[in-house]
Design a protein around this ligand. Structure first.
Ligand code: NI
Length: 293
């Protein structure tokens, strides 16, 4: 063969190689074709969902519309590179808020210990010691005539952070008194409490819990009764006091006891331990009323 033929063969070969190269480039360009979102296949749909979820605010419909428009101009293999659909599923599981029931903050049950008819020179002191030891604040519904006799005990109780409240001067039945007499019973006691503690009381408890519209109309002070009657004055038995508490105690309860009987002081430690065990928080009568309003 002569040189001309060789030259033609070489030229054809070269052209063939160039043609092949062009074909390779052309085929890679085909792979880069844009998404057809009018008729997407399953892979395209999953890739598109994954793409939308790479942005935090994927729930913004306007933004999704913009992204959808952008997505139609992104080559499919780019979309798949951004995130595989399975990655999205794993990510969503992590983001899912994990609520542990143990960590839910529970509001503690509230209970108010109240002591009537004191102050008493021995029993009230004992009770104050137990309360101090347990860091508990209680409410003392004092009789004005006893405050006059033992003002230093009322002073000490107030200093320890206990609430001092009014239980009349002479433990009279208010429903059998005139308006003037009721006012005198309450006001004299208020003055005695102020003299002993430096503070006027906000609350009163009518003796025997005896009250009516006439009694209520005599004062702007708030009346406080009770929800747990320990009957401590009657049975004088610490075990029975505890049993009454166990039987009647409820959230936002007010326990009635009397700080004039030594058996009541003897029962207090067990009553407090039981209430702590039952997850109660001790509050004063005023604090309890404030929580309920
Ligand atoms: Ni009383």
């Amino acid at each position: 063969m002569n040189k001309k033929i060789w030259a033609i063969v070489a030229m054809l070969g070269l052209m063939y190689i160039v043609f092949l190269q062009m074909d390779i480039e052309a085929s890679s360009q085909i792979q880069e074709k844009e998404l057809n979102l009018k008729q997407p296949n399953l892979t395209q749909q999953l890739a598109f969902i994954a793409f939308l979820n790479t942005i935090d605010d994927a729930h913004d419909t306007k933004l999704i519309a913009i992204r959808q428009h952008e997505a139609t101009h992104i080559p499919l293999y780019n979309l798949q590179e951004i995130r595989k659909p399975t990655d999205f599923i794993i990510q969503q599981e992590i983001v899912e808020p994990q609520e542990k029931p143990d960590e839910v903050v529970r509001e503690k049950k509230k209970i108010a210990l109240t002591f009537d008819d004191g102050p008493h020179p021995v029993v009230t002191e004992k009770i104050l010691a137990v309360l101090l030891q347990n860091d508990i604040k209680a409410t003392f519904f004092v009789l004005g005539q006893n405050v006059g006799k033992y003002p230093q005990i009322v002073h000490q109780a107030a200093k320890q952070g206990h609430e001092i409240a009014n239980h009349s001067w002479s433990h009279a039945n208010f429903t059998k008194l005139s308006g003037t007499q009721i006012t005198a019973e309450l006001e004299q006691t208020n003055e005695a409490i102020y003299k002993a503690s430096g503070k006027y009381p906000n609350l009163y408890r009518p003796p025997y819990g005896a009250t009516n519209a006439n009694v209520r109309g005599q004062t702007s002070m708030e009346a406080v009764m009770w929800s747990v009657d320990t009957m401590d004055w009657k049975h004088r038995t610490p075990e029975k006091t505890l049993a009454y508490v166990k039987e009647q105690v409820k959230d936002n309860g007010i326990i009635l006891m009397h700080d004039i009987h030594s058996e009541t002081a003897d029962s207090l430690e067990a009553v407090i331990n039981y209430l702590i065990e039952q997850d109660y928080e001790f509050v004063t009568a005023s604090e309890l009323l404030k929580l309920q309003s």
